[in-house]
Design a protein around this ligand. Structure first.
Ligand SMILES: NC(=O)c1ccc[n+]([C@@H]2O[C@H](COP(=O)([O-])OP(=O)(O)OC[C@H]3O[C@@H](n4cnc5c(N)ncnc54)[C@H](O)[C@@H]3O)[C@@H](O)[C@H]2O)c1
Length: 294
């Protein structure tokens, strides 16, 4: 894919916390997108998420008087019509850009990238939404490591504008440039980040969260109170415990552990969060974490 090539069709692999919304972002920019997961129930949950987000967006436009209810209904159906939910790689034969959003484990990423290498045309860029795994290592499983790149969204993907673009050792500069162009095509703001654990944003965010987690573990202070204070005093939309619940406690623990392994004790893994994960309480996606979720 050359640097000025347009993405006519995209795909997202993994329809979990991130994948459903990423597909929605792509479809909202008028680009057809395949949304794949391993089981129909996960695909349907991803499609339901995309519907919910689009409904909210068009309702806001109606509220502001920018479009009529009729136009909103048409927009909703148009956007959702661009997303094809699937459990197979049929339909990947003519994609230009794929975003992988499967769990943060190298074995799973390797399996998916090997499959994608076989299922997609040779020009297609294979991007990973990994929070911190090595892009070089992910790309090594493919015959096109030069076309493998990090493309890191933030939760919630439909709302957060930043996307980190990460080059592995073998990524061609043209690939990173094409990824940055695609980020703009889907109305995001690309920033180039070096390939290091946590990239830029998580390194800063988790470092801040680490101190709060350490304080909570050491003092046993109420996590609801901490969330409330952080939200009120810093004008953040959510405190760190609720954010962790919403993004998935398994993913948050994995990212914190990787940062601790890479940088030592200035990063901290919250003990109560690890215990919740061990019990299968992963936050909103499993119904319970620090909070109960309906
Ligand atoms: N949750 C966040 O806040 C966040 C933010 C930025 C990046 N990320 C990264 O995005 C990736 C996905 O995270 P998530 O929170 O959406 O995870 P998740 O566990 O919510 O969803 C992952 C989905 O991938 C599916 N899956 C597993 N194997 C698959 C396969 N072979 N083919 C297709 N689908 C498969 C699972 O069934 C699941 O639905 C991770 O690498 C994570 O680090 C997460």
């Amino acid at each position: 894919m050359s640097r000025d090539m347009f993405v006519f069709k995209a795909a997202v692999v993994g329809a979990g916390v991130m994948g459903g919304e990423i597909a929605q972002v792509i479809a909202s920019a008028d680009v057809p997108v395949q949304l794949k997961d391993v089981d129909r129930k996960f695909v349907d949950a991803g499609l339901a998420k995309a519907r919910e987000v689009t409904q909210r967006q068009v309702a806001k436009l109606v509220e502001k008087g920018k479009i009529s209810q009729e136009q909103a209904d048409a927009q909703l159906e148009h956007t959702l019509g661009l997303i094809t939910g699937t459990t197979s790689y049929d339909g990947f034969g003519d994609v230009d850009f794929v975003i992988e959003a499967v769990p943060e484990k190298m074995e799973i990423k390797h399996q998916v990238f090997a499959d994608l290498d076989a299922a997609t045309p040779g020009h297609a860029i294979l991007a990973s939404n990994t929070s911190g795994l090595s892009i070089t290592e992910i790309g090594e499983i493919t015959n096109r490591p030069d076309k493998v790149v990090g493309f890191h969204f933030f939760w919630p993907a439909s709302y957060m504008r930043l996307v980190e673009i990460i080059e592995g050792d073998d990524t061609l500069p043209e690939t990173a440039q094409a990824a940055a162009t695609f980020a703009q095509q889907i109305r995001k703001v690309p920033v180039r980040a070096a390939e290091c654990p946590g990239f830029v944003v998580n390194r800063i965010l988790v470092s801040t969260a680490s101190e709060i987690w350490r304080y909570q573990d050491e003092t046993g202070a109420s996590f609801e109170e901490i969330d409330k204070v952080v939200q009120e005093q810093t004008q953040m939309p959510m405190g760190p415990f609720r954010v962790a619940d919403m993004s998935g406690l398994d993913t948050t623990v994995k990212v914190a552990r990787d940062l601790h392994d890479a940088y030592g004790d200035r990063f901290y893994v919250h003990r109560a969060m690890e215990e919740l994960v061990e019990q299968g309480n992963l936050g909103a996606k499993s119904g319970k974490g620090f909070y109960e979720h309906s």
